[in-house]
Design a protein around this ligand. Structure first.
Ligand SMILES: [Zn+2]
Ligand SMILES: [Zn+2]
Ligand SMILES: [Zn+2]
Ligand SMILES: [Zn+2]
Ligand SMILES: [Zn+2]
Ligand SMILES: [Zn+2]
Ligand SMILES: [Zn+2]
Ligand SMILES: [Zn+2]
Length: 441
């Protein structure tokens, strides 16, 4: 019955006349576009446009109007890597970038020469251009040779200059590809850019001193801009910047990340300094481990942890301890290779050393491992009620062999272990015999 009804309604339904995507009503297209990241929205609009002329109302609905930031880091790395100058050019024109985009990040656009940036020429509103092609929280790759260059015969320099020279220029932060960092041309570009910043009359947001400080330059030896937060573009002076080399406890606002080589302010991103290697990283770049030691404020970066500093973690609370505090985690199981901190031993067993330890070889077995009787299920650490020795069966057998007077209770405890040893030796013996007779044949 239900089937029949469905068939009838399909027959009587009006024939669908959609032959291209632009025949779809506006709402579904807008809805689809709302799930896309911004660069993909323009790419979708451009792709449709290449086939059909869409109504401009629909295109602008797909493209959207929030274009303060155009960051190609939002799309897949692979896609960004194949975008050409023509694509970039078309995207910038489509979103009216010269009048809208304040932050442009060409993340992963390694296939462009910069010719496509033409539509940005003379922009008076652009505040940040990141030409480094490196994604957020990523490190410059030293062997990377991008096509985009600062040779005068190429495209980027004239475009940058047209922005520098534009009246009311808003540019406050530039980031360059690392290969640009050397050479006369780059230095000339930096000089013009530094002049521009200085002419803006920039001062520290907190102390109001003029920037840059005398004799200092805006750009550090790695070609990165100083005194400026990469994210909010606010400016802070040297006093408000955490020094890279010496450790100071002074409060600072601007920090420098040793991984992404960006300066970011504390309002924009949490930064941490590793107590051991003394490098600072934004937390987004490297996860940090805080020492769980009582009253210890040490932080360790991922690398130092992997190098063996605070490498061990408590199997109960997952806490890690710096070298100064590692006496706060003394329990170790040599079978399952787990640690347990003293606090957790206290909490779980009401005793700091509740796991079993052999008095002779000092090996410790955790409860789980000792319950399954250690290695091969027979080498548990046990206490002899008669002679009070607490040891693993290896050591018990060893001591039984050397002592004049044997403790019967110890013999009993070691019994299963001895039996196992005996069986093992016999088996080995039989195998050996079989091998020898095999050789004779
Ligand atoms: Zn900031
Ligand atoms: Zn300051
Ligand atoms: Zn970073
Ligand atoms: Zn470190
Ligand atoms: Zn613990
Ligand atoms: Zn510590
Ligand atoms: Zn264990
Ligand atoms: Zn032992």
């Amino acid at each position: 019955m239900a089937n029949k009804r469905r068939r009838i309604s399909a027959d009587t339904a009006p024939r669908c006349s959609i032959s291209s995507i632009s025949d779809l009503p506006n709402e579904p297209l807008q809805h689809i576009a709302s799930f896309l990241v911004k660069p993909s929205r323009v790419l979708l609009a451009l792709a449709i446009d290449a086939q059909d002329r869409l109504s401009s109302a629909l295109t602008s609905a797909i493209v959207g109007d929030q274009w303060d930031t155009l960051d190609f880091g939002e799309i897949e790395r692979k896609l960004a890597a194949i975008l050409s100058d023509e694509h970039i050019n078309a995207i910038l024109l489509r979103i009216d970038a010269v009048n809208r985009v304040k932050k442009l990040k060409l993340t992963n656009c390694i296939n462009i020469t910069g010719a496509g940036l033409g539509p940005l020429s003379e922009s008076s509103i652009i505040e940040q251009i990141d030409l480094s092609l490196v994604g957020d929280h990523e490190h410059y790759r030293s062997n990377f040779r991008p096509l985009i260059s600062c040779r005068p015969q190429d495209h980027v320099l004239p475009i940058l200059d047209s922005i520098f020279e534009r009246e009311g220029c808003s540019l406050r932060n530039l980031r360059f590809p690392s290969v640009w960092w050397t050479g006369g041309r780059f230095e000339q570009l930096l000089r013009r850019y530094s002049e521009l910043l200085t002419n803006h009359g920039v001062s520290c947001l907190k102390c109001n001193v003029n920037l840059p400080p005398e004799i200092e330059s805006w750009i550090d030896s790695s070609g990165n801009q100083k005194y400026t937060c990469y994210r909010c573009l606010k400016h802070y002076c040297r006093k408000c910047t955490r020094p890279d080399d010496i450790y100071v406890d002074d409060p600072y606002i601007l920090g420098y990340c040793d991984n992404c080589e960006k300066r970011v302010c504390i309002d924009c991103e949490q930064m941490q300094r590793c107590t051991r290697c003394e490098k600072s990283f934004c937390v987004g770049c490297k996860p940090f481990t805080k020492c769980s030691g009582d009253g210890c404020d040490d932080y360790l970066c991922e690398e130092c942890v992997s190098l063996g500093y605070a490498d061990e973690k408590c199997c109960k609370c997952e806490g890690r301890f710096c070298h100064m505090c590692d006496d706060q985690m003394e329990s170790y199981c040599s079978i399952c290779d787990r640690y347990c901190c003293n606090d957790c031993q206290q909490k779980h067993y009401k005793d700091t050393f509740a796991w079993s330890y052999c008095d002779y070889c000092n090996d410790g077995f955790c409860d789980d491992c000792n319950k399954t009787k250690g290695i091969n299920g027979i080498n548990a650490i046990q206490i002899c009620n008669v002679c009070n020795t607490c040891c693993c069966n290896d050591c018990r057998v060893e001591s039984l062999q050397h002592e004049q007077q044997t403790c019967n209770e110890c013999m009993k405890l070691a019994g299963p272990f001895l039996l196992e040893e005996h069986t093992r030796l016999r088996k080995e013996n039989t195998e050996l015999k079989a091998e020898i007779s095999g050789l004779k044949d």
